[in-house]
Design a binder for this molecule. Structure first.
Ligand code: NDP
Ligand code: MG
Length: 390
């Protein structure tokens, strides 16, 4: 039974921000979870430490040059199989001896392992939003076909998911995704042209991996979340709104057909949505800090500025075009963010790379999985070229 405890968890991306917080949750809930498999891309040291503590049946290191290091360090732990490379990551996602796969790796790399996990009938705790952005239609069809649960870890989507419990009979009128606005809220384009990588990496409310932190500063993260929400909750594009809420206390809202709004609130701490997705349908008691209204006498709201933060408008546009457009948006953004983090392009140029890639890469109305793989490859090539020209 996937819903009974202890649940056997495979944690893909265990060395990242979500991955390490998921292990904190697992550590704090003795008897509720066991760890089947862990994976990292290149952080061999942390992966080894985690494997020594949680004694999983398998670990995967993405970077094959680090295989020998991990293998040697875990030589005295024969119950843990050591694997390397992207194909091994997908194999591990489909292992028989896990109930839940938490996808906490970053970027497009999440797509194929998630497909494998769904095909193997695993419950998915989805942190890797890029999977639904790239191939939302295909993933939701697969989820239906295999009858698996797909539970969001993203705080906004967890909020909406929680608001919908008990409302199965009641259609959604719209959802409102809240956005903190990031470190550059209120700045105009001239000011944004001057911002630095170090400033962009300082998020006011959340401590996250580098890629999502830059996405949050550019509002691309909210754009990706709009597309993620469309697929998770089966919405029309015109049912999704964004409002800037700098305190990040209201995690998102649902409006029903009688006009009633339901919201989920809490301190900005990813451990709660991670625990909720892993423990679903049960709420597990914990000692996380509690929210008090008295500490937040003002909760404020404002409109997102899509002319300064063009990424949000581009994401709505890609969602409107559908087909492989969101896949192009995502791949171009991954290249643009990596280039920004290497100081190769400025903050505003990230949107230029995305916009030009959307115009250049061939449009496909009904892509297959292979088409998505090809679109991602082609977009990366074109976006990389654009980075080189700037
Ligand atoms: P991090 O960058 O902190 O961690 C990413 C993890 O994925 C690490 O374990 C990393 O390994 C691994 N990884 C990196 N590249 C690859 C690759 N090519 N193939 C396989 N594994 C890879 O990211 P976050 O934890 O911040 O984010 C993870 C996902 O969760 C993202 O999709 C993000 O959008 C989503 N998310 C994150 C939130 C947060 O608060 N952090 C909130 C909501 C969603 P290594 O350490 O070895 O590099
Ligand atoms: Mg979020």
């Amino acid at each position: 039974m996937p819903d009974s405890f202890p649940k056997r968890v495979t944690l893909l991306g265990s060395t990242g921000s979500i991955g390490t917080q998921a292990l904190d949750v697992i550590r704090s809930q003795p008897g509720k979870f066991t760890v089947t498999a862990l994976s990292a891309h290149s952080n061999a040291d942390l992966l080894i430490q985690q494997a020594q503590e949680f004694r999983p049946a398998a670990v995967v290191i993405g970077d094959e040059s680090k295989y020998e290091t991990v293998k040697a360090a875990l030589a005295s732990q024969p119950e843990t199989e050591v694997l390397a490379g992207a194909a091994a990551l997908a194999d591990v996602a489909g292992r028989d001896d896990a109930d839940v796969v938490l996808t906490a790796m970053v970027g497009y790399a999440g797509l194929l392992p998630t497909v494998r996990a769904i095909r193997a009938g695993k419950t998915i705790a989805l942190a890797n939003k890029e999977t639904l952005v790239v191939a939302g239609q295909l993933i939701t069809e697969l989820v239906k076909e295999h009858g698996v649960g797909l539970y969001p870890v993203d705080s906004e989507h967890s909020a909406i998911f929680q608001c919908l419990i008990g409302e199965e009979q009641n259609p959604i009128e719209k959802i409102i995704l809240t956005a903190s606005g990031g470190p550059f809220r209120g700045r105009n384009r001239a000011q944004l042209a001057q911002v630095t990588k170090a400033q962009a990496l300082k998020h006011p409310n959340w401590d996250m991996g580098a890629k999502i932190t830059i996405d949050s500063a550019s509002l691309m993260n909210k754009g990706l979340e709009v597309i993620e929400a469309k697929w998770l909750f089966g919405l029309r594009n015109d049912q999704i709104e964004v409002v800037v809420h700098p305190q990040s206390i209201i995690h998102s809202l649902v409006q029903f057909e009688d006009g009633s709004l339901k919201a989920q609130l809490g301190l900005p701490d990813m451990k709660l949505p991670i625990q909720y997705a892993l423990g679903y349908p049960q709420r597990l008691a914990n000692a996380f800090p509690r929210f008090s209204f008295l500490d937040y006498p003002q909760l404020t709201f404002e409109q997102a500025d899509t002319s300064a933060f063009r990424n949000l408008a581009l994401a709505f546009e890609a969602m409107g075009r559908a087909g492989n457009a969101p896949c192009i948006l995502n791949a171009a953004n991954e290249i643009a963010v990596a280039a920004f983090l290497r100081d190769e392009i400025g903050f505003l140029e990230m949107s230029d790379v995305v916009e030009t890639s959307l115009a250049r890469v061939s449009y496909l109305a009904a892509p297959s999985l292979d088409d998505y793989v090809e679109t991602d490859r082609e977009t990366r090539r074109i976006a990389q070229e654009l980075v080189g020209l700037s």
